[in-house]
Design a protein around this ligand. Sequence first.
Ligand SMILES: *Cc1c(COP(=O)(O)O)cnc(C)c1O
Ligand code: SF4
Length: 359
Amino acid sequence: MELPLKMAAIIPRTEHLENVPVWQTALAQAIGSVQELLDLLQIDPAMYHETPSNADFPLRVPHSFAARMQAGNINDPLLRQVLPLPAEEENSAGYLTDPLAEQGAMASPGLLHKYHGRVLLTVTGACAVHCRYCFRRHFPYSNANPLAAHREEVLKYLYSHREITEVILSGGDPLVLPDSRLRVLSAQLAAIPHIRTLRLHTRLPVVLPERVDEQLLGWIGNHPGRVVIVIHCNHPNEIDAGVAAGLKQLAHTGATLLNQSVLLKGINDRPDTLKDLSESLFAIGVLPYYLHQLDRVQGAAHFEVSDARASQLMQQLHATLPGYLVPRLVREIPGLPGKWPLWPAVIQARDAKIETSGD
Ligand SMILES: *Cc1c(COP(=O)(O)O)cnc(C)c1O
Ligand code: SF4
């Protein structure tokens, strides 16, 4: 991610600029136009079919993530995750704007208490990257930001529900918030005696590795409770030297590092890709956690992989990886007490094997 660093060096030093961390400059300079991205990747615009304007959820990708895409390849697996396509305009049956019925599950604005013992706070609506398959793309974030207006209400809820032992900061991406705000919030959470674990769900260490700086490492390293960081990485090409360095530093803080991926057609729906992903993550201190079946959000149907195919992929992973490198294949189903494991084909295959070996 050279550009912002260089820019930071040539911009005259004023007191204001000195206080702006490098990552915030990089975030502000994220690519926001399809034209600019295609130019950068030397892709002939004739290869790309314009989509009706996506004003609510425009293209957004940091330079450092774009730098990991292959020039000239319109089917690059990283590019496919961020490039708006006409297929998004199709209305597919069963694909909804709020597929997880989250808006009904808000215990207080921005506080989701769906599962036992843990709550999820949507602390911001912003992300560094706009993933085209994102289930939150239609979310009314202006009403769902507890940091803005509902902090007291959220804290009161947490104090009075003593069964809650873990608070998950999510969004959007919680790490787009400045460290100062994260420190204040985490200190307020740490003051609640029954809350033992702080969890972050963030894609920033992958899409904007500049975010892992001394301030962030200091904050996480000094947090009094357990810290779990669940990153979001879908393809081994997302991991370059900068990402690896940041994650290794995060691992040194003592935080537990896990990864969740979304299973995406044409992007990571091959056994060798998923195997490589698990191994590459493990090499930098991250264990696989969930492999999500796509949430059926309007505009994302073209990314769906069937459950049968997903189960087949899981069988192949089970057959070639140690157990700790096999993610759990899950789907989120409204009303159920957790992410739901999907592995019928694995069980069927096992039963078939037991039968044949019994002959
Ligand atoms: C995914 C999610 C969690 C965390 O679930 P885990 O299975 O603990 O990872 C918690 N709350 C909500 C609302 C979620 O969507
Ligand atoms: S980073 Fe996460 S929340 Fe943000 S757009 Fe991508 S999938 Fe959605």
